[in-house]
Design a protein around this ligand. Sequence first.
Ligand code: 2IT
Length: 446
Amino acid sequence: MLNIDQFMANLSARHPGESEYLQAVKEVLISIKDVYDKHPEFERVSLLERLVEPERIITFRVPWVDDKGKVQVNLGYRVQFNSAIGPYKGGLRFHASVNLSILKFLGFEQTFKNSLTTLPMGGGKGGSDFSPRGKSDAEIMRFCQAFMQELYRYIGPEVDVPAGDIGVGAREIGYLFGEYKKLTRDFSGVLTGKNLEFGGSLVRPEATGFGGLYFVNEMLQTAGVDIKGKTVAISGFGNVAWGAATKATQLGAKVVTISGPDGYIYDPEGISGEKIDYMLELRASGNDIVAPYADEFPSATFHPGKKPWEAKCDIALPCATQNELNGDDAAQLIANGCQCVGEISNMGCTPEAIDLFLEKKMLYAPGKAVNAGGVATSCLEMSQNAMHLSWRAEEVDQRLHEIMHSIHHQCVAHGREADGYINYVKGANVAGFMKVAKAMMAQGIV
Ligand code: 2IT
């Protein structure tokens, strides 16, 4: 029988202070306790004790020269978490906050997310505490090259396939790919999120946000709610927020907020059309702020230092980073009549927020289900690379749609409670876990 308190006490003694990692593990343990206890064969082979530890962690220093000629030293990591169902797959995050706890939580989540996609991918994550904020293009390139000069030894198209995450977009993937190719003389699908000219997939840039909205739309439909005319609060303004705003608008909803580290924008006329394009300009400025939006579009107001969850909305979509929506934010959303929260960031909600959503029986689904369209489309990019061809946008989008439908179906199958309420947290964790667990059982003690 799984004793969660005992298990967590042992794990935190081994990994003191790794709060994000411990938080992610605990959430999964709570969800899977019932099914785990029904499988005594799991306990006999210490399946959970193995599953929570990464198979391998690679850490290295990344020395690079800035524009002033000064040598900078950052830390680089790759956490190869679980390869039971396929090669390690997951993004690279470049952000000042990056540490091992964050990358281990992301790698752990990625393992279950990738399992849910129905595609053959293990879980991995990596990155650096390098901050792209305010860096020149040449500095970004030199950093990416220095990072790859070490990472290339540990990755490969059938071994470990990194992609983007916060701070890593098509530009960085291009520089990383160029350096990998130079070092190995191997043109292969070793990274995803590439530009179209050298093996990238149509729809990959939009995929996380589009997939998120396909999933949220299906949640709403299951509850008999039409998304048309609904008001949507989005956090963040990067690639994920951009894709989510685009698809929400296409489906007839009205997006009223975006946010950055500096505060949030409230635009009651709706963030659509050229305003969504403007998000790309904000991103390209490299300043990591949204305040200029309010100067550009007079219908909008800027709320410095505040989070978008105080704005009235029907649907809330966290699209920025972990733990960006806490218990107080959840209470405020509920008080304002919010009906649905679709987490598109990884672990965007704190345990307190999730407890509140579940207690109120709200429509709430976790990132590992809602945002899985990004990595799923990365796998479609790998498939195209392996076949040396490229699919039309309609074809990729169609597959993305089917994958999100399947993930929703798995959540319902494993998460429906006696009163009919769908606990998407439980559904996603149980479905994701069982596939990985069965694969680990079959492969012996490794
Ligand atoms: O969190 C994620 O799923 C990603 N950052 C995308 C990973 C990928 O391999 O496309």
